[in-house]
Write a protein that binds this ligand. Structure first.
Ligand code: NOJ
Length: 746
């Protein structure tokens, strides 16, 4: 059978060296660059959305023939995740690509980008929940499936992972971000990138990845797009390290944020992008602006018009402009008038071509229209999505071991706004998941426990819910904030459940019957009513298409919860910002117990970073160090024995924390430096160990260097971030190099 895919496949012309896949990528880039006109080069630096393609088709295809664009974003609006989007159409994508590769002068393929943030048809948990798994290997496998599904529909490039540091949970975009901890962000971000990109450049069924939002996004007061006021110390120690880690591990692209960073919008920040990321780190990928972020330089008030905005954005080091068309209109005159060196344009074009060559686009520009049906929702994708969903659940409270549900229970009420919800489990950056693929919590329970009678009630009427609860032996109240209240451009001023839900929890609590609250919010919202009335609190936010089954298995004890909080949960909005890796308060040492923090609130958070319960109990033996001193080039091992002392198999995430009590700058009270998720049978023990080397102790010093300062470090191993740090490790100074006889003599 001749498919349109094979008809579209061009003969592999080896007439020009850049078309020869056997040649090294750098040679292909040089050859192609040498053949390009100025207009063709500038064309590669622009991305277009091709909005209203059906009606504007001829205009777009003519533009492609002329080489006007290098990339197409497969989205209709800047905040695609919040809107229902048109489904992908492989035939249309192939038609467009055919014009680029067969009818443009040099046949450079178009790069198709889409926000495939945490799932495609199989939707995995939102990244904020994924992070609770503390399981990079599983996240890597999950993102491999996402890449296979998205690429089967013609996507080449995803705008994921999100490496933003979460310090204000009122910010709607926390749901896309992993954590408040840079070590965890870097570990999970690198894992996601391995999943998306694979290790062999250009392998089929992979995507180019894009780390975002470079750098320091997550605005003041939790407001999206707003100014960020990070100090140099915070920027270097907390915000940039995950970006550095992914740059060093070969991420293909990065996206700059919309925000102002201390007086310079990041999309015009040359020091961070061109000087640090590209020149100092030697990162070879390309930078893309966020949607219209170069246009926004006018809104920020640092550029008076589009020409000035182009100059600032391009000088900063943004290679590809998402959607505004400023580069197309303004780069040539800026180069002619000497405001932008021509070599910078060539560098930017080379970076984009490098990504296209490495992705194998010149060899495989088209997508087989038959491949989507063979790839979507394969059994192994569903199994991984279910596994990651289970591992993303955090059990926050379990009074009198009310969970797992007693198998003797015969009548259980499952009520609340999330009892039968479907779309809500897909989270707010989900373009391609289908509501019809989602299992609700109620259906998940009915399927997993067919002998139990699950009663339910209309989600809108609390009277009906209360009556239903009265008829049952136990109530599962499913609450949460939906995708309509978080995500891009959707933030909240008070960190609380949506209106009415606290009252509902309290009303059911007053019945004095067993109550389990399942909170499906995409973030961790404190709930005073749940703390006061619920016997158990389960957090299960945005778990994806497999949500219902995963939640049911956890509640019934067919799976044991193992998730750990990737952020600190405040008691109230007034405690924000509150994060475990805060600096030590100077006065706390002399004031001791008299240092209270607030008169009207506790200093302690509601739940600490790294916390999460299990149905079994684990004991960690005393932590040990293989040596109490370390010099440059050496490694020391910290270890402890973990035992499962409880009744069932379970997983514990063992966490290594280190503090640097005396340094040339103030330092966090403690920092996560390692973690291991370990599964054990009841009664089993295992030795968990972490290697520590001087490089783990580095930070941004008072001298502006990134290094470890000799001295004492405190170390602890535990099951959450409140663990004591009983061990001392001394980092010895590096002995001065012996002077050469010449120097001695001179
Ligand atoms: C705006 C968002 O900030 C960004 O994360 C997303 O990738 C782009 N729009 C493209 O949709």
């Amino acid at each position: 059978m001749v498919s349109s895919y094979t008809e579209f496949t061009p003969p592999l012309m080896k007439t020009a060296p850049y078309k020869d896949p056997e040649l090294p990528v750098e040679e292909r880039i040089d050859d192609l660059l040498s053949r390009m006109t100025r207009e063709e080069k500038i064309g590669q630096l622009g991305q277009v959305s091709m909005a209203d393609y059906a009606n504007q088709r001829e205009i777009y295809l003519a533009g492609l023939k002329a080489g006007r664009w290098g990339s197409r974003i497969l989205a209709e609006t800047a905040w695609a995740g919040n809107n229902a989007e048109a489904a992908l159409n492989v035939i249309e994508l192939n038609e467009i690509q055919r014009v680029a590769v067969e009818e443009s002068r040099l046949g450079i393929p178009l790069l198709y980008g889409r926000d495939v943030i945490y799932g495609h048809r199989t939707v995995f948990p939102i990244p904020h929940s994924q992070a609770a798994s503390f399981n990079p290997e599983l996240i890597e496998k999950a993102m491999t499936c996402v890449a296979a599904e998205a690429s089967s529909e013609g996507v080449h490039w995803t705008f994921s992972p999100v490496l933003d540091l979460v310090r204000d949970p009122r910010w709607g975009r926390v749901i896309e971000s992993y954590s408040e901890d840079p070590f965890l962000i870097a570990s999970l971000g690198c894992a996601a990138i391995r999943g998306f990109q694979g290790t062999t450049p250009g392998a089929p069924q992979r995507l180019l990845a894009c780390a975002k939002h470079f750098a320091g996004y997550g605005g003041e007061g939790g407001r999206d797009y707003d100014t960020a006021e990070w100090s140099e110390n915070t920027l270097r120690n907390f915000i940039l390290p995950p970006f550095e880690a992914v740059a060093r591990s070969g991420i293909a692209t990065m996206m700059t944020g919309f925000h102002d960073l201390g007086g310079t919008p990041v999309s015009s920040n040359r020091a961070l992008l061109r000087d640090w990321l590209k020149d100092e780190l030697g990162w070879e990928g390309f930078a893309v602006s966020d949607w219209g972020a170069i246009y926004d330089l006018i809104g920020h008030g640092v550029a008076k018009d589009e020409r000035a905005a182009t100059r600032l954005g391009f000088t900063a080091g943004i290679d590809l402009e998402m959607t505004a068309g400023f580069y197309e209109r303004n780069l040539a005159p800026l180069i002619d008038e000497g405001e932008i060196p021509e070599s910078w344009m060539d560098d930017a074009v080379s970076r984009i071509l490098r990504a296209k060559f490495r992705a194998g686009l010149f060899e495989r520009p088209f997508t087989d229209p038959g491949s989507a049906s063979r790839t979507m929702r394969r059994p192994e994708h569903l199994a991984l999505a279910a596994q990651l969903a289970e591992q993303s659940v955090v059990l926050l409270k379990n009074k009198r071991d009310i969970l797992p549900l007693d198998p003797a229970l015969r009548k259980i009420a499952v009520v609340g706004p999330y009892a039968q919800a479907l779309r809500e489990h897909l989270g707010s950056w989900c373009l391609d998941g289908r509501t019809s693929d989602v299992t609700s919590i109620l259906d998940g329970l009915r399927k997993a426990a067919p002998d139990v009678e699950f009663l339910t009630a209309d989600a809108a009427f609390s009277d009906a819910m209360i009556n239903t609860a009265r008829d049952a032996e136990l109530t599962i109240l499913c609450v949460g904030e939906s995708h309509l209240r978080n995500g891009e451009n959707k933030s909240i001023a008070e960190l609380v459940l949506p209106p009415g839900q606290e009252e509902l929890i309290a009303a059911l609590g007053r019945l004095d019957l067993p109550l389990v609250v399942v909170d499906c919010s995409g973030r961790y919202l404190p709930s005073a009513a749940s703390e006061a009335c619920a016997d158990a609190i389960v957090h299960a936010g945005g778990l994806g298409t497999e949500a219902g089954g995963a939640i049911a298995r956890i509640l019934l004890g067919h799976a044991n919860p193992s998730g750990k909080l990737p952020v600190t949960v405040p008691r109230s909005s007034g405690q924000i910002p509150i994060y475990y890796n805060r600096k030590t308060v100077g006065k706390a040492a002399s004031f001791k117990d008299r240092y209270r923090g607030y008169e009207d609130e506790l200093l302690k958070p509601l739940y600490p970073f790294g916390y999460g319960l299990s149905y079994t109990t684990f004991e960690l033996g005393e932590a040990r160090l293989s040596a109490s001193t370390m010099t440059s080039g050496e490694e020391v091992t910290a270890s402890a024995t973990l035992t499962n002392c409880g009744p069932c198999r379970g997983a514990e995430t063992v966490q290594l924390y280190i503090s640097d009590p005396v340094a040339s700058t103030t330092r966090p009270g403690r920092e996560l430096k390692g973690f291991r998720r370990v599964e054990l049978d009841p009664g089993a023990s295992v030795e968990v160990s972490f290697k520590i080397s001087p490089s783990d102790l580095r930070f941004y010093t008072a001298n502006g260097t990134w290094e470890a300062e000799p001295g004492e470090f405190r170390i602890g191993i535990g099951a959450d971030s409140t663990v004591p740090l009983p061990l001392t490790l001394t980092l010895c100074p590096v002995a001065p190099a012996p002077q050469s006889t010449d120097e001695l003599g001179s």
